[in-house]
Each structure stands twice: as structure tokens, then as C-alpha cells.
Design a protein. Sequence first.
Length: 311
Amino acid sequence: MAHDGVKKASKLLQANGDAGDAVETLIKTVEAYPYYKSVGYGGLPNENGVVEMDAGFMDGDTLAQGAVAGIHDVFHAVSVARALSREHYNSFLVGEGATQYAQVNGFEMRNMLTDRAKQRWEKRRQEIADAKVKPYDGHDTVGAITLAPSGSMAAATSTSGLFMKRPGRVGDSPLSGSGFYVDSDIGGAAATGLGEDIMKGCLSYDIVRRMGEGRTPQQACDEAVYPFIEKLKRRYGKAGEFSLIALNHTGNWGVATNVEFTFSVATATQEPAILIAHPGPNQTTKIEPITQAWLDAYEKRIKAPIDQQGH
């Protein structure tokens, strides 16, 4: 989902671009693509058929943060979040307040419910009525961390949240320390998965803290994510999907996940590439390149007619 954005961000950074500009460009690319059903334009609506979006932005140099939750009819929620990060007060806005801020400040407004997303919503309503599926199947966030040649870092997230969520529901994505966190002296992390469970562990901050204590990004991800999932199963009784990425201030990266998780990465010496991660043995992560067959099947699946798609 992030790959086209990663390619754009990589070009900006290779040309000595700004980390904040690069991460915003990356996220905006995903927000604008209508076939990604969990982010931005074409994102899946709440149970009332309204696309409510959450987004967060953080500047790793200053630790400035901005976020929006439950914003609607705004083409690029991440851009609003970044603008709010420049405000000392009122830097996290929700619902009508967030939408009004976007309107007043000239952000592009648009009906974010595409015909395709509406069809999917209508199909899901019928499936729920027929007791064929649970309402909350299907959710994802785009999260990214960038490191500029100057050493500056930034992080951002964007999502339309749980499909068929209750109006006003907010997940981890716009929450500092849960959905994202970055400190240019150390590194950054971002999360995707079931927000209600991810926010129980403040995992993005925990990963950055561990990197600050000397762990590599991969060690920090493994040590923060897998033991917490086990703790959650033991004490809460269950754990949803968890996938976290990390990047440190020297350009090394890591990933941990309890599901099949695809992500895109580019460095000064590595061309943008899509990789796939799986939970490995002994609380480690197995990472390998995707195949062209996997990618072809993915493209076919996300663009298939709604009536030919499964749950």
C-alpha cells in the first residue's frame, strides 16, 4: 500500500529533501489512491456510511505533533495533522472541529465516499443483517518514518479506521506513542492493526525507548511487540492484529507482526522494495521479499468488482 509513496519519498530524500515533506508526500500518495479501502479517498465508512479519518504527524527534531480524529470530507487528513503540529495549542482536533479547521485554512475538501466504497458498505450491511460476517472485518493504517540526509526524522499515519465502526470511534493511529513516535536523536516507529489493542501497550514509544537504550530496530520491535501480545492474551484474554515498523537515526530498520504483513522500505543504498513479514520462532520475525505472483494477485484482488469479492 505504501510502495508508490515510498518511491516518491525516497527521491525527495535522495535530493536532500526534508523528512517532513517526504513523509507527508508518502502518506498523501496512499490517501489519494481510491483502491486502498482503509485510507483516505475510497476508505471504508462507519456504520452510518460516513468516512471518518484519523491521522497523525510528528517532527523528530522538535517533537512537535499534530493529529486529527474523526475528520471528514478532507482529501488529505495527514496534511491537516502536519499543519496542526505547528500549533503549540490546539494541535489535536477531532470531529467537526477538525473538519472546520481544514475548511477555514484552505485544505482541499472532497466527498471521500467513492461509489466503490459505498457498494462495499451496502454489501457489508446486508451481510451483517444476514449474520454472515462480523461488522469489523477489515482495517489497516498507512504509517511511515523518514530519515533525511541532514539527520532529521519524521513520522506520520493515516487511516479510515475500522470498517463499519461506530461514529466517533478512534483507534491508535492519531495517538502519540501508540500509533507513531519519532525522536531524531534515536529513531521512530509506527503501528497498524487493531487500535483498541495496540493502544493498550503504547508500543511505538516503547520501541523508540528500547532503541534509545541500544537495541537495534529489529531487536526493539521483537522485544516490545511479542511479549506484549502474550501479556495481552494472558491478562485480557485475546489480542488483535499487531504490526509495527521501526527506523533508527542511522538508517537501520525493523519490523514485528503477529500476522502476514507487507511493507515497503528504501535506503540510501537499497532501492524501494516490498517485503513480507511473518511471526517467526521464539518471538522473532521472519522477513522475505514478495513474489511477483503475490503482487499480481494483490493488484487483482483490490481492483476486483465488489460483487466478486469475499468478506
